[in-house]
Every structure is written in structure tokens, then in C-alpha cells.
Design a protein around this ligand. Structure first.
Ligand code: ADP
Length: 382
């Protein structure tokens, strides 16, 4: 900091600073070694509500409140005695106080000015009220965004549950209608009715399972399972996936390596993603010849700190047209689809710090099916 020049003293005794300093928006205060105010600029009187006369000769502590009131004088004294700089040359945030007692956050930077044997300190004080308001507003906005995304996630989940329940409920209604028809026909259809009733029981279990899974999902909320294994998480839903694939004459290959590093994830959510990708693969293979109906679930370490799980099918593949939209909510090419699955999966994977993507198995044609994959950072990476 450069030496300040002596400001002219007005007949009233009030000390006036250079008009350039008076034009500053920051308050500038020159104090002596004892912390007594020698000079101020106009921004200081505006900021604190005191007149120049009321401030000159007073301790700098007058402009602060709480512990800061005495600290600055203490700092200066310590500096005089020990030469140790606590705030000199650095910026610091303080609670400032106006003449009317109102408080406000301020940033104070103190510099030292030596002129011969004389030491002076120059403090620059910036009112942080507006800055703080902007920060608080940004924080509120972020919180709102998180809330909205959580709400939309819940909405997506409710829609997904409706979607998943639709299938077993339709099946139950069909089997029940068939049983009624058979009973009305009064023929000996004991076997058929029994078969239909058994289907109703199994479809009811399926519906119950959807509800149970969804309930777990919402219940576990943010719960993260620390240091868990992807192999274990996936194994817990393998039989559920097999139910789906068997019913559609699909062979399910399961190849998740044993020695994958641990991950920190919400297990239920990751299971939801895997199941969803498998269900989509099943749907995509409706027109695939029976001998080619294979889904392969594979997981491996693809980078030192990243696991990748893939679900490969031999289905319809993703057309160029569909490719740009499939992650959008409500985009579906299925007559009974809701277009929620992939949007939810992507949200889940991203909240885990990973990415969800896909590619057609053959670069040039969609006819050889598609591979959907997601990545998850391993424990050390989070
Ligand atoms: P939904 O299954 O209700 O249609 P999704 O969000 O899960 O909703 O999928 C959106 C669309 O993405 C599907 O309708 C389909 O066109 C496409 N898609 C998803 N998975 C596959 C896949 N394995 N192969 C081909 N297309 C797929």
C-alpha cells in the first residue's frame, strides 16, 4: 500500500479526504496505532450513519459488534508488541454495526502505511448485505430445484408403478373373465378353470411384488448402502428377472464378476435400474426368433474406479429416430408403454455419479439388437 497524503482540514475541524476517495463505494478508514479513527471517506458516513465528526477520534471498534468490537483493537496492540499480523494484509468478515444499532455483514481488509516512524492502518470495508442476499437466493433456488427433482422422481415412480401393475392386473382380469365364461358354458372345464385360477394367483403375487419393491424404494429414500457389492445386489433380483425372461422364452445369461470393488449405492434403486433394462430388453425381443432370444447381463471394471453393467439383447435395436428421444419422459414406441422407465433410470444412475447409455450392437443396423449400460463409481471414487 502506498503512503496516503495528508488530507486538508476544514475550518470545522472535520477531516476531508481526497474527492477520489470520497467517490469510492467502499468505506475507507485510516486509524492510528491505537485503533483510533483519523480519517474516513464519504462512503463510511453513508454506510454507518455517523457524521465525520462523530467518528474521528473514536475507536474502530465503534463500527463493529460482538467479539469483533474489541478484537480489532487487540489485534493492533498485539501487532505493535509482537509484530505478528493477524488481520493486517488480509481480508476478514466481520459483523458491522450502524449508528442506529442495526447490524450487517462486512468484509474488512486492513493495510499498513508507514511514513517515517509513524504507522497508520487503512481499513477498507465492504457491505456484504447484498452479496449475502444473492448467495441466499442462489441457495434457496438450489434447494427448490432439488425438491422439484425429488418430486418429479416420485411422480415418475408412481407412474412407473402404475405401468408395472398394469400388466398383471390386465392378466388377472383376462383370466377371471375366461373363468367366468367357462363356468357359464357349464361344460366340464374344471382343468382350464383351475389353470386360470392358478395364473390369477401368480399374477397377484407379481402385482404384490411390484408394490413391495416400490414401497421399499420409497421407504429407503436416500439410504445408501456403503461398501456393497454389485454382484450381491444383482443376485437379489436375478430370480425376478428370470420370471420375466422365462415367461417370454428368453435365455438369460448372467455374468457379473466376483472381484468387483465395493460401491456405495442405494441398492433398491440400482436393482430397479437393472430390472428396468431387462424388462425393456424383453419387450424389444417380441419379434426375435425363439433361438435368438438371449439377454446377457454383464458387469466388469472398465476404469480403475468405475464399474459398468450392461444388458445386451438381440431385439429390435434403437432406430435413429428414436435414439434422440428415448431418455425423455413419456417417449415410448410401445402401445402400452409410458415412457418413464429410462428417464427414471437415468435420474437414478446420475444421482449415483454414473451415466446411463446405450448403443446398437451393430454400428450400421439396429436389427441386431441393443446394449444398454450404466456406470457406477467404485467406493474410492466417491
Ligand atoms: P417404455 O418401456 O414405457 O416405453 P422406457 O423409457 O423404458 O419406456 O423406454 C422408452 C423407449 O425406448 C421404448 O419405448 C423403446 O422404444 C426404447 N427402448 C428402450 N429399451 C430398448 C431396447 N432394449 N431396445 C430397443 N428399444 C428400446
Amino acid at each position: 500500500m502506498t503512503e496516503t497524503t495528508q488530507a486538508p482540514i476544514e475550518p470545522s475541524g472535520a477531516v476531508q479526504l481526497d474527492p477520489v476517495l470520497d467517490a469510492m463505494v467502499e468505506s475507507m478508514i485510516v486509524i492510528d496505532e491505537q485503533g483510533l479513527i483519523e480519517r474516513i471517506n464519504k462512503a463510511t458516513t453513508d454506510m454507518f450513519g455517523y457524521t465525520t465528526e462523530e467518528l474521528v477520534g473514536q475507536s474502530i471498534g465503534l463500527l463493529m459488534t460482538g467479539p469483533d468490537k474489541s478484537h480489532h483493537v487487540d489485534y493492533l496492540e498485539r501487532y505493535r508488541k509482537t509484530g505478528k499480523k493477524r488481520i493486517i494484509g488480509k481480508g476478514r468478515e466481520v459483523q458491522a454495526q450502524r449508528k442506529d444499532g442495526t447490524k450487517f455483514p462486512a468484509d474488512i481488509a486492513v493495510g499498513e502505511v508507514r511514513s517515517g516512524k509513524l504507522i497508520r492502518f487503512v481499513g477498507l470495508i465492504r457491505d456484504l448485505t447484498e452479496h449475502r442476499q444473492v448467495e441466499e437466493q442462489a441457495l434457496r433456488q438450489r434447494e427448490e430445484m432439488v425438491n422439484v427433482s425429488r418430486l418429479s422422481m416420485m411422480g415418475e415412480m408412481a407412474a412407473a408403478m402404475a405401468h408395472e401393475l398394469n400388466q398383471p392386473l390386465t392378466a388377472i382380469a383376462n383370466y377371471a373373465a375366461a373363468s367366468i365364461r367357462l363356468l357359464k358354458q357349464n361344460k366340464d372345464s374344471h382343468e382350464d378353470i383351475l389353470g386360470a385360477l392358478e395364473e390369477i394367483v401368480s399374477q397377484t403375487h407379481r402385482a404384490g411384488e411390484v408394490i413391495r419393491r416400490t414401497r421399499n424404494f420409497t421407504k429407503s429414500g436416500e439410504a445408501i448402502n456403503e461398501g456393497t457389492s454389485l454382484k450381491k445386489i444383482a443376485a437379489q433380483i436375478r430370480s425376478l428377472a428370470e420370471l420375466d425372461t422365462k415367461a417370454n422364452n428368453i435365455r438369460l445369461n448372467w455374468n457379473i464378476l466376483d472381484d468387483l470393488p465395493p460401491i456405495n449405492v442405494n441398492s433398491v434403486q440400482i436393482q430397479q435400474v437393472i430390472l428396468n433394462l431387462i424388462r425393456n430388453a424383453v419387450d424389444a425381443m417380441q419379434d426375435t426368433p425363439p433361438d435368438k432370444r438371449i439377454i446377457t447381463v454383464r458387469a466388469k471394471l472398465t476404469a480403475p474406479q468405475q464399474i459398468r453393467l450392461e444388458v445386451r439383447d438381440e431385439g429390435s435395436g434403437v432406430s435413429e429416430n428414436a435414439a434422440k428421444d428415448i431418455f425423455n419422459t413419456f417417449f415410448t414406441t410401445k402401445t402400452t408403454g409410458m415412457g418413464m422407465g429410462l428417464a427414471i433410470c437415468r435420474t437414478i444412475v446420475r444421482t449415483h455419479g454414473g451415466e446411463l447409455g446405450f448403443h446398437n450392437n451393430n454400428r450400421y443396423t439396429s436389427s441386431e439388437g441393443a446394449t444398454f449400460f450404466f456406470t457406477i463409481p467404485t467406493q474410492v471414487n466417491r
